[in-house]
Ligand binder design. Sequence first.
Ligand code: PMP
Length: 406
Amino acid sequence: MFDIQKIRADFPILKRKVNGYPLVYLDNAATSQTPQQVIDAIVDYYSNYNANIHRGVHTLSQEATDAYEKARQKIQHHFNAKHAHEIIFTSGTTHGINLVANGFSSLLKKGDEIIVSALEHHSNIVPWQMLCERTGAILKVIPMNTNGELMMDVYEDLLSDNTKLVFVNHISNALGTINPIKKIIDLAHNAGAAVLIDGAQATPHVKADLQALDVDFYVASAHKMCGPTGAGFLYGKEDWLNKLPPYQGGGEMIAEVSFEKTTYAGLPHKFEAGTPNICGGIAFGVAIDYMNRIGFDNIANYENELLQYATKKLLEIDGLKIYGPDVSGAKTSVISFNIEGLHPYDIGSIVDKLGIAVRTGHHCAQPIMDFFKIPGTVRASFAFYNTKEEVDKLVQAVIRAKGMLS
Ligand code: PMP
């Protein structure tokens, strides 16, 4: 049962006021809000069993280790990975991408090609440019059309025997486009290339099946799925993770250390140097449980209703343009828009005065803004705890901002 009022009651922050108005939080693509169940798990950890993991024989250390490893299994089962040791805890999506990009330094040579898409967040562009600088590999880009959809025919032409790796987001944070990742993965594999999918924007909305996708690497962040910041995961197929060298050296990631030679621990520890975000990992597991109790089908249906409703209402405003795929197509609950003649920042500032949180700017995706020849957009992004009444408030606030700024 999808009881929106009961769900909203789980999120203490939704009771607060901003600038004298009840908070309307529509910046979920940047970070989601945290339910009491996850907050309680964080308090419980620090109140009752805060200890370093994997090393201690004492009770607290064992309790913390058990909870942390259980969280790894929750991630494994939720995303249907074959093995728990294919799940590497990270500080988030950015960390996971950098780990893989760093590992490929020793696998690429001058003239090898790697392929990105025009729809990416900077964190799925910059680490690969750095990799190209280190190795002499060449970065190619799958272009997009004016609907913000990838041009798959060009992608097929870009693939060749020289292609070693393809990295694309599952869902675009700037436009909400859902990319045809299964097709992208299959085509890359036919060409002999590996694939990394940036799932940062997808995991709050859809449940990816990693084995069915047959993807080589998948990365995401806990804080977009009702979990804490500073936690996330990298999934890698066992063979790939064995092939990649460690990212950082330190404690926890070794088998034996001497000044003559150090050997590394097996998976997943090889990639988890140092004391990790223990509490963050555990709370991530609790957040996944929370979202599963609501149900991803329920979440997708409800958010799609909000998307359709908000799109229709916003488009009734004269001069308002929405960027990205048509709402009947492959799109999730992100609306990126501008009003002719107005700067997105000014609209964002005025709606904030009315208690409404939206994001303005380039959304860490400058190439997309350059493509549309705009400085940025106003982005409203919805979660399952938003309501149609909140959409109405957004629409009224945008109308008011337009009136003040025109
Ligand atoms: N990729 C996408 C598509 C994103 O939306 C984000 C976060 N906005 C990231 C990567 C980076 O995630 P994080 O900052 O949690 O590492």
